[in-house]
Design a protein around this ligand. Structure first.
Ligand code: PA5
Length: 436
């Protein structure tokens, strides 16, 4: 059995079967366009071969640098925004044990993220923590000029230089940026930081399998060989030109486009593991920036169940019928908890005594899927056999590949993001006007 399976049986009934078959053929054609690199944005297809072409030298260097940080630091601050932080955060949080920072086994550096907002309290709180712990910094920006990470880096650079003195501080900073241009590259050269390059043909949101994602993930103590191996397995599986009807990426792209053309314009990514929150955030960026343009696109959003059944559940069940759900499951929990017996049984829950919480979670999932389908919400399921570096590597590549196919089928360039500039222009104009 494959370690990643897609089940669209509970979505197909919401689209006309002939319509689905037609769209499947369209996606199959886009598979050829993607693999022959003849589509829109084809100068940004470097991510396609990352799992198979990443060099052993680069992997060794990443591991060595990660080891050095692990031996010198209790904390790592990853500065970046969008594709420059969401991938590593997604994987680290999906693999990290909840509350590990409060547990005795905190041996690896804890990874914190900065430069993904402009909030003063957030950064001030982080700086106070940095006063107390030994730390290193990985600053990531492909353009090297994005304002949020640039400002955070300016502030943290000042802190780390005061704390360790400039020469020692420089040894604790690694910059990951463009090979040729940008302010970050200039600073790194001037200050003698170690650097890694984000390849020219890999856009931010497709960069998790470059040093952008791999270095922080390795520092956090996770196995980047297995992550890449998983991605490579999926690369081999979805690149195959034969048997496209059962290619999971083709199927996912086809059903999404079929639902979209049937008025389902919002996709809700659902997980029943709070640890998947940032994986869903990564997925939102991947699909939102890739597809939302030219007045088109499925709006990607995410929920964590059962938490959000008590907030958004009402809307999903009975609100406007323009949504569909994609549920990710990833095997059993690491730690099982059984419901204890209670002699008083005032809460009336003794009928659950001895049951595993995870089995109750599964029943909640099945009950919710059935209810939402009855309420007119098509359901796609993506099932991983377990939550590991290997399966998460597969999931990353699966979504990247599906996203490219889906964007091409929609008729957009999935590799640019012209709309992101609009807020920046206004913000810079306001900053210059007011001088504030
Ligand atoms: O996918 C993208 O290209 C963007 O989301 C970028 O990752 C994000 O805007 C950060 O850009 P940069 O890495 O240039 O600072």
């Amino acid at each position: 059995m494959s370690e990643l399976q897609i089940d669209i049986s509970k979505a197909l009934s919401f689209v006309d079967n002939t319509n689905y078959q037609d769209i499947l053929r369209e996606v199959e054609q886009q598979h050829e366009v993607l693999m022959s690199k003849t589509g829109k944005g084809n100068d940004y297809l470097g991510w396609l071969q990352l799992p198979s072409q990443i060099s052993n030298d680069l992997i060794s260097r990443i591991k060595e640098d990660a080891e050095e940080i692990r031996s010198s630091s209790e904390l790592l601050v990853v500065i970046g925004i969008g594709g420059s932080y969401l991938g590593s955060r997604a994987i680290i949080e999906a693999l990290d044990k909840p509350f590990s920072i409060l547990q005795e086994e905190w041996k690896n550096p804890k990874v914190f993220f900065a430069g993904n907002n402009l909030n003063s309290d957030y950064l001030a709180g982080l700086l106070k923590a940095l006063d107390r712990y030994n730390y290193s910094v990985v600053v990531i920006s492909k353009s090297g000029t994005t304002i949020e990470p640039a400002l955070a880096f300016r502030i943290i650079k000042n802190h780390i230089e005061l704390k360790y003195g400039k020469p020692n501080a420089s040894k604790r900073i690694i910059a990951i940026t463009d090979a040729h241009k940008g302010a970050l590259k200039k600073i790194a050269e001037k200050e003698n930081y170690k650097t890694y390059v984000i390849p020219d043909d890999v856009g931010g949101r497709y960069s998790v399998l470059t040093p952008v994602g791999l270095l922080p993930i390795a520092v956090a103590g996770f196995n980047i060989d297995d992550l890449l191996l998983g991605a490579k397995k999926m690369q081999d599986r979805v690149s195959l030109k034969s048997d496209l009807e059962s290619n999971p990426a083709v199927v996912y792209a086809a059903i999404r486009n079929a639902l979209y053309r049937n008025g389902k314009i919002i996709e809700i990514m659902v997980s029943y593991k709070p640890r998947f929150h940032f994986f869903v955030e990564w997925w939102k960026q991947l699909f939102g920036e890739s597809e939302g343009k030219d007045g088109k696109g499925i709006f990607p959003t995410g929920v964590s169940f059962t938490t959000d059944l008590h907030s958004l559940g009402q809307y999903i069940q009975e609100g406007k019928r323009n949504l569909f759900e994609t549920v990710i499951t990833a095997g059993r929990p690491i730690d099982e908890i059984e419901v204890p017996h209670d002699d008083l049984d005032f809460d009336g829950l003794n009928y659950l005594s001895g049951k595993k919480l995870s089995d109750i979670n599964i029943k909640a999932k099945l009950g919710t899927i059935a209810a939402h389908i009855d309420g007119g919400v098509p359901n796609i399921q993506i099932n991983l056999t377990e939550c590991s570096e290997d399966t998460l590597g597969q999931l990353i590549y699966f979504f990247e590949f599906s996203c490219a196919l889906s964007g091409y089928t929609l008729g957009v360039n999935p590799f640019d993001q012209p709309g992101v500039e609009a807020y920046k222009k206004n913000m810079f104009a306001l900053l210059r006007e007011t001088g504030e």
